[in-house]
Design a binder for this molecule. Structure first.
Ligand SMILES: [Zn+2]
Length: 242
């Protein structure tokens, strides 16, 4: 059977039969990959706990007819705190779910893989209040549905203080065009999203928790769900915990 090596972050796992699991990963070279880990639910499994959601691993796989199989696993970074610390787990769950929604099977997306691996690494170290907002907006920008943040989507005039954000419309509205749709949002939230998407993610990640961060995050979720037509179910869990 042909073998291949791949790097990836585990997105989710499902039991299969008595002792196996199907592992879904975001990989560097093959996009979203589903592969079976045989015998992983036996206590003596050679895989141990190396294929938990969030783990960043190198795999050796064999190509199967319908489903590939995992031969060997080496851990690059276990991201253990992202699973064991509840506040981190809720953020990590949303990030993994979002990638699962947008990644395509067998289609390389190095940028998305890198974004996820870096965000998980950052979350393992410290929980920046705007990390989830930053991740979700960056992901949407990568996938080609970034919003318009500077000029009114209706009349094109510059939006520089009072802001309305129109998710279906795809960006900000000026005060004069506000009645045509959208919701009023803190201008600071718009500034934060501009920083995230304008090459100043580092600045955004240093912003303290507050209304601007919450709004940037809820807009990111709403915008994501509108464009992908998929619910981020982990968000409801996050809302209960945080
Ligand atoms: Zn306008």
């Amino acid at each position: 059977m042909p073998l291949y090596i791949e790097r990836g972050v585990v997105l989710r796992t499902h039991p299969l039969g008595e002792t196996d699991r199907i592992i879904t990963l975001m990989t560097a070279g093959r996009g979203r990959l589903r592969a079976v880990a045989k015998g992983i639910r036996r206590t003596s499994s050679k895989f141990g706990s190396r294929l938990e959601p969030g783990s960043h691993v190198t795999l050796q796989c064999w190509e199967g007819r319908s489903l590939d199989g995992i031969n060997q696993v080496e851990v690059i970074e276990p991201h253990r705190r992202c699973r064991e610390d509840l506040a981190r787990l809720t953020v990590a769950s949303v990030m993994l779910e979002a990638v699962h929604h947008v990644a395509l099977d067998d289609e390389a997306n190095m940028a998305l893989y890198r974004l996820l691996a870096r965000a998980m690494g950052a979350l393992e170290t410290t929980i920046a209040p705007a990390l989830l907002a930053g991740f979700l907006w960056k992901l949407q920008s990568l996938e080609g549905f970034a919003p318009g943040l500077y000029d009114c989507i209706e009349c094109g005039s510059e939006v520089d203080d009072t802001a309305w954000f129109d998710i279906p419309g795809g960006g900000v509205r000026c005060y004069a065009c506000r009645t045509r749709g959208g919701q009023p949002v803190e201008y600071d939230a718009i500034l934060l999203i501009r920083a995230i998407l304008g090459g100043q993610l580092g600045v955004a990640l240093n912003v303290a928790a507050g209304p601007a961060v919450s709004t940037a995050e809820s807009l990111a979720v709403g915008h994501f769900e509108f464009h992908t037509e998929k619910r981020l179910r982990s968000m409801s869990v996050a809302g209960e915990v945080m």
